[in-house]
Unconditional design. Structure first.
Ligand SMILES: CCCCCCCC(=O)SCCNC(=O)CCNC(=O)[C@H](O)C(C)(C)COP(=O)(O)OP(=O)(O)OC[C@H]1O[C@@H](n2cnc3c(N)ncnc32)[C@H](O)[C@@H]1OP(=O)(O)O
Length: 178
């Protein structure tokens, strides 16, 4: 379902459909929304974003990224941004890139039984255009850990070209901290 919805968002972004089709899709979408509403659960029981083995954790907010290598210091894999994430002129929207890094670095910050943490800061360097509709490689790694502080770095590459780099601080939450 999430794969189809991601594709739907890409198609909506790319299409200029005729009015009849817009009306038809609007009705279908309203019907699906109504059907799903009756199955809403509390955040604690939500599965979207919790399905760690599915691309992008089955969370629609993030692009579909796949982790192929993971240990307690490093993660690597690939990601493909679609038309939904277009900024302009074939480049990924500048806000979608930190979204990916926040998820990736935040996920790595948890690996190895580490307690939950939250992003304190996330710095992005946009080194070159990040293209949509291309397979991109990503890497995330620990720079250092000092008490509750975890400093991580990441990079997205298109083949050998660096598109963007990230530098983030994640602070482990104290018991009871939201
Ligand atoms: C699988 C799922 C992956 C998804 C990952 C997604 C992660 C997220 O996006 S989380 C959402 C975005 N982030 C937030 O909402 C966080 C909001 N901020 C907060 O909750 C708090 O400010 C928080 C938890 C980051 C830090 O607060 P607190 O726990 O009180 O830490 P505090 O005691 O002040 O600081 C701890 C240390 O971190 C340092 N620190 C805290 N914030 C910063 C900062 N912005 N810059 C530099 N240093 C900082 C402090 O200086 C201190 O250092 P030291 O121990 O050397 O004195």
């Amino acid at each position: 379902m999430v794969d189809q919805l991601r594709m739907f968002l890409d198609r909506v972004a790319a299409a200029v459909p005729p009015p009849d089709l817009v009306n038809e899709i609007t009705k279908l979408a309203a019907e699906f929304n109504a059907r799903l509403q009756s199955h809403e659960v509390a955040e604690y029981n939500q599965v979207a974003g919790q399905l760690i083995d599915l691309p992008g954790r089955a969370q629609l907010l993030t692009p579909a990224y796949t982790v192929e290598e993971l240990d307690d210091q490093r993660a690597a894999g690939h990601v493909r941004f679609g038309r939904h994430h277009l900024g302009n002129n074939g480049a990924v929207h500048g806000g979608a890139i930190p979204l990916l890094f926040d998820d990736l670095l935040g996920r790595l910050a948890l690996v190895g039984g580490r307690p939950k943490s939250r992003t304190a800061y996330l710095h992005i360097d946009y080194r070159s255009i990040t293209p949509i509709d291309e397979d991109l490689q990503f890497e995330a790694w620990f720079e250092r850990e000092e008490g509750r502080k975890r400093v991580l770095r990441g990079a997205i590459r298109h083949n050998e070209r660096v598109c963007a780099e990230a530098h983030g601080l994640f602070v482990a939450l104290r018991p009871g901290q939201p």
